[in-house]
Design a protein around this ligand. Structure first.
Ligand code: FAD
Ligand code: NAI
Length: 467
């Protein structure tokens, strides 16, 4: 076993494992260190993939129970088996994490199971999960150690009845009442899972809107729909404490701007107020790296202040998304290999995988207004899309924002069926610097949901064919 590498990657999540694979493809001798005992990071093990597995099965259950009868499908006494649902989730995660080990072998990437720590210079110490310690050297060291849930004072997570997303992915029973703190990605996705399976879900959000960062108009419609589905929102409110009393949890809630305290009883509390970069035990001080006020490692084209040390993914600035980490992984691997790696941060999509889904890429109306950019808007509702009508799934709309002078697409925001897949077209349009008219005049198969994107692009130019 060699102890000298071209690159050592600390962390085996979407940032780390993709970087290691790309480094291997580029002929670099790469080692990836991961302490979890499984590759795939937060995303595969306790994030994107298990949450999507539960979103899918819970959506199928709700569809079958509540929507099929109106479509002529008789499914009497529909019920579910939570253990079997969880087994599907486990099987999915297991298969995918093993798939990365296979990709490592295929691309000649070495894998060390243990915790990596910077020793200074170009050295990294690996404390193996088997107890053995080893020191390795590399021309390039890549930190991809990801993130962890942000703790909330007064709310002690025990992953039993006061849970983070990790506990919310593995509840043993469907709680009668679930109180979610934070109306962001995790709160709304996991809240949807448990509501569909029977929980009464209350979401407490500090701000006066849900999903901050998403287009305001989309967020308003989204909240209306989630409310119609049975979720209760308490906006402009903060949780200040959780206590166990008489077999239930008592949650103390106050107005965000301070005021009278209210107590709510619940069975499970999910704390999902954001995530923070994770650099515990990494030895950043050994190489003189100082994190910023949000705990992120500052970088310039992924290079940190320490020579030969790079960082990507959730541990640096930018949206905490798996595909953003993956994009940076490819770019940094190419930079390390002497090529010109690059990520276009204007073209990174984001999706909330509820039903309907919400998908977004590029600038929001709020951002364009704040930057004094003159823009045109084109909108098209799924109610007027023939495929959505045939599918009996017509909630939502597509909105395209384009530069008032050049017609260049600046932002695309959608809520509706399968928009998580449809946002790829919008990301490509922004990447290629397309005009709205380019989309408007591109043939889209009929009848498809994607025609709504074309119709919204036509609406930017003041015409649409179906309304
Ligand atoms: P991580 O995936 O966090 O990986 C870092 C890895 O480094 C971890 O496995 C950790 O064990 C390891 N590590 C840390 N320190 C050390 C050390 N010293 N030595 C060795 N190993 C170490 N994003 C999406 O794009 N789409 C989604 O649908 C989505 N759903 C999500 C759902 C949930 C519930 C959560 C929590 C997150 C979700 N995300 C989603 C976000 C996504 O998981 C992250 O953005 C992504 O995993 C970040 O990748 P990363 O490689 O930077 O870090
Ligand atoms: P988030 O940032 O999406 O949402 C957190 C919410 O909590 C915000 O609305 C915020 O205003 C609110 N909040 C903050 N402090 C609060 C307080 N004290 N009381 C009440 N509300 C408070 O964070 P979340 O949902 O924890 O997810 C973390 C990250 O994981 C996301 O930002 C996203 O990057 C990633 N993720 C992505 C998913 C996807 O791509 N579909 C799914 C799940 C997570």
């Amino acid at each position: 076993m060699t102890n000298t590498y071209d690159a050592v990657v600390i962390g085996g999540g979407p940032g780390g494992y993709n970087a290691a694979i790309r480094l291997g493809q580029l002929g670099q001798r790469a080692l990836c260190i991961e302490k979890r005992g499984k590759l795939g990071g937060t995303c595969l093990n306790i994030g994107c993939i298990p949450s999507k597995a539960l979103l899918r099965v819970s959506e199928l259950f709700e569809e079958t129970k509540s929507h099929y009868p109106a479509l002529g499908i008789k499914a009497n006494d529909v019920s579910f088996d939570l253990d079997a649902m969880m087994a599907h989730k486990h099987k999915t995660v297991d298969g995918l994490t093993k798939g990365i080990e296979f990709l490592f072998k295929k691309n000649k990437v070495e894998y060390a199971v243990g915790a990596g720590a910077l020793l200074g210079g170009n050295k990294v110490e690996i404390k193996g999960n088997d107890g053995a310690t080893r020191t390795v050297e590399a021309k390039a060291i890549l930190i991809a150690t990801g993130s962890e849930p942000t703790p909330l004072p007064g709310v002690t997570v025990n992953e039993e009845d006061v849970v983070s997303s990790t506990g919310a992915l593995s509840l043993k029973d469907v709680p009668e009442r679930l109180l979610v703190i934070g109306a962001g990605y995790i709160g709304l996705e996991m809240g949807s899972v448990w509501r569909r399976l029977g929980s009464q879900v209350t979401v407490v959000e500090f701000l006066d809107r849900i999903t901050p960062g998403l287009d305001g108009e989309v967020a308003k419609s989204f909240q209306r729909l989630l409310t119609k589905q049975g979720m209760t929102f308490k906006l402009g409110s903060k949780v200040v404490g959780v206590e166990r009393k008489n077999g239930a949890l008592e949650v103390a809630i106050e107005p965000a701007a301070s005021g009278a305290r209210e107590m709510i009883q619940t069975d499970i509390v999910l704390s999902s107020i954001g995530r923070r970069p994770y650099t515990n035990g990494l030895g950043l001080d050994k190489v003189g790296i100082k994190v910023d006020n949000k705990g992120r490692i500052p970088v310039k084209r992924y290079a940190t202040s320490a020579p030969g040390v790079y960082a990507i993914g959730d541990v640096i600035e930018g949206p905490m998304l798996a595909h953003k980490a993956e994009d940076e992984a490819v770019a940094v691997a190419e930079i390390i290999a002497g090529q010109a790696g690059h990520v276009n941060y204007d073209a990174i999509p984001a999706v909330v995988y509820t039903a309907p889904e919400v998908a977004t890429v590029g600038k929001t109306e709020e951002e364009l207004k704040a930057a004094n950019v003159a823009y045109k808007t084109g909108k098209f509702p799924f109610m007027a899309n023939s495929r959505a009508r045939a599918n009996a799934s017509t909630d939502g709309f597509v909105k395209i924002l384009a530069d008032a002078k050049t017609d260049r697409v600046l932002g695309v925001h959608m809520m509706g069926p399968e928009v998580g897949n449809m946002i790829a077209e919008a990301a490509l349009a922004i990447e290629f610097q397309a005009a709205a008219e380019d989309i408007a005049r591109t043939s889209h198969a009929h009848p498809t949901l994607s025609e709504a994107v074309r119709q919204a692009a036509q609406a930017v130019g003041g015409w649409t064919m179906q309304m």
